[in-house]
Design a protein around this ligand. Structure first.
Ligand code: DAH
Length: 345
């Protein structure tokens, strides 16, 4: 009898070893046929029971039944294990080509800003930057914009402290009105910051955000971008200003693009002009911004001698430039984050 019991144990042993090597449903089916099928090893064990002597039969039968349920249970456990790992693997054809990845790109305004700084870089300009939270000294006073000037009206600026009385506030006790803070309305502030720290010759462009409490429409946002330029050296003239702007317009918009200079007024330049480029698609002029020769008062505010040095500057709207270059009809597109718009560039 011991022989028969041993034979049963060996079958169970072998079954367990085979089962632990099973990796997929096909192998599991092979296992089922080999051990649990009608001609399988477990069925064969039952034959041994039939062959056993009368007194051995109960013992052998018990052992064979135990072996059968042991192998059946192990089989069911393996089946459940394979099913749960199969559920984690998506039922996909892994040989199919992959889905294309959506790759992001720089925002169109970032692309245009990079194009502009690169272009001016080739004309010998370096890039400068300054803070978006400014004080009245850099945004107005040093730029020759007096206290009475309408540009300083609280309704036209994002001041960060309420003005009390003569503009001296508790939050600006350090030094009065010059330290009243606001979001800068123009990148011209950085002209002052550059001249405070750098001696001429100076040749910089300054791209950056500016803020004005305008009502949003197709041509206005309350935050937009400007590209400022400043050149300071000996014997700098209006001819340099005009030829640099012409060179820029023809390089960026095409060599036949029409440019127009209109006499204008800015407190920080004298003489001053506004620059328009012809928009062929729309059959109209688009204003890029202002320019002029740096006012002597601006030089005096930063300790540059206007008897020795002269300079020119411009400040153009980057959205305007991008709209003209890429025929964009509404400035709001830049900030709406609509992928259908952004993915075109
Ligand atoms: N800061 C002016 C504005 O925001 C634009 C401007 C005009 C900038 C003339 C300049 C300049 O540098 O020379 O409207």
């Amino acid at each position: 009898m011991a022989d028969v019991i041993q034979q049963i144990d060996e079958v169970v042993e072998q079954a367990k070893a085979d089962l632990s090597a099973v990796k997929n449903a096909d192998q599991l089916e092979q296992f089922r046929i080999k051990y649990l099928g009608t001609k399988g090893a477990i069925k064969n064990l039952m034959k041994l029971v039939g062959q056993a002597s009368k007194e051995d039969k109960p013992k052998v039968g018990q052992r064979a039944n135990a072996a059968s349920s042991e192998v059946n249970e192990a089989f069911e456990a393996k089946k459940a294990e394979l099913a749960s790992s199969a559920a984690r693997v998506p039922a996909e054809d892994v040989t199919e080509p992959g889905k294309p990845l959506q790759i992001g790109r720089p925002h169109i305004l970032t692309q245009v800003t990079d194009e502009l700084t690169e272009l001016f870089g080739r004309m010998g300009f370096t890039v400068a930057a300054g803070p978006e939270v400014e004080d009245e000294f850099h945004n107005f006073i040093a730029l020759n914009i007096p206290k009475s000037h309408p540009a300083r009206d609280p309704l036209d600026n994002f001041y960060l402290q309420p003005a009390t009385g003569e503009g001296v506030t508790s939050g600006a006790s350090k030094g009065g009105e010059e330290h009243l803070q606001l979001l800068r309305t123009q990148t011209s502030t950085v002209q002052i910051r550059v001249m405070e720290t750098q001696k001429p010759p100076i040749r910089v462009v300054i791209p950056g955000r500016v803020y004005r409490p305008d009502t949003v429409d197709a041509t206005h946002l309350f935050m937009f971008h400007q590209l400022e330029a400043l050149v300071v050296d000996k014997n700098v003239t209006m001819v340099d200003l005009k030829s640099t702007i012409l060179q820029f317009v023809h390089a960026y918009f095409g060599p036949t693009t029409k440019v127009r200079f209109r006499p204008s007024f800015f407190p920080f330049t004298e003489p001053s002009a506004e620059v328009d480029v012809w928009f062929e698609d729309k059959q109209r002029w688009i204003e890029l911004g202002g320019c002029g020769m740096v006012h002597p008062n601006v030089f005096k505010a930063v300790g540059v001698d206007p008897e020795i040095y002269s300079g020119w500057a411009f400040g153009f709207g980057i959205e305007r430039i991008a709209m003209r270059k890429y025929a964009i009809d509404d400035i709001r597109h830049f900030v709406e984050n609509d992928v259908r718009f952004l993915s075109q560039f």
